[in-house]
Write a protein that binds this ligand. Structure first.
Ligand code: SF4
Length: 197
């Protein structure tokens, strides 16, 4: 075990190709030892919506893309209901490397990796961050409040509006919560539209 350390390189001036290659070579925390590849993020790099999930799972680690498989299909359906295609949003996770056995990330792992997400957010400059699931919400907002209490309110990550909703993997296990998630998406969409007026 080695303590997490912040990436030695200052990423705040990197462009997309530089950032992506820096992430793919990153060894700043122990998760680099167990990854197949980094999961950088995908989608429109100037999107209005930034979707952030938890740490990469096994299938994401294999494919190098966040929100794949059944979880990704449900996310795509949720976006479609909002009139958005997957390609029109930017999708990422709070960590770029998969924790072994798909355990939840340690806070210090997110602290180490957060600098990359912050650079992605600065480059995308989204109008809305959708934090999907407790791991994403707790990491981004630095709270331990349950998702049930965080949803339905407008939060911020820095200056960017942030809405919390359930992770699609949870909705697959508990479809009865889909209506609440749909309400969260509509709330987020109304915030984006309000910002455009
Ligand atoms: Fe680097 Fe983030 Fe991967 Fe850790 S999780 S090795 S900080 S890219």
């Amino acid at each position: 075990w080695a303590p997490a350390v912040a990436p030695a390189i200052n990423v705040s001036s990197l462009d997309w190709p530089e950032l992506q290659s820096t992430v793919s070579a990153c060894t700043a925390c122990e998760l680099h030892q167990s990854r197949t590849q980094t999961v950088f993020g995908t989608g429109d790099r100037s999107a209005e919506w930034l979707i952030i999930g938890e740490a990469p799972k096994a299938d994401e680690d294999q494919q190098g893309e966040p929100f794949v498989g059944d979880t990704g299909q449900l996310l795509n359906n949720m976006l479609r209901a909002l009139g958005l295609r997957r390609e029109q949003v930017f999708i990422s996770n709070i960590l770029k490397c998969r924790p072994t056995d798909d355990r939840d990330p340690q806070p210090e792992e997110f602290t180490t990796c957060e600098t990359y997400l912050q650079r992605q957010i600065a480059l995308v400059a989204p109008k809305m961050i959708l934090a999907m699931g407790g791991v994403a919400a707790h990491s981004l907002l630095k709270v331990k409040t349950p998702v049930t209490k965080l949803r339905g309110e407008l939060h911020h990550y820095g200056e960017i509006p942030l809405v919390v909703t359930y992770h699609p993997a949870y909705l697959l296990r508990k479809p009865s919560e889909k209506a609440k998630s749909w309400a969260d998406l509509q709330f987020a969409a109304s915030t984006v539209k309000g910002a455009q007026k």
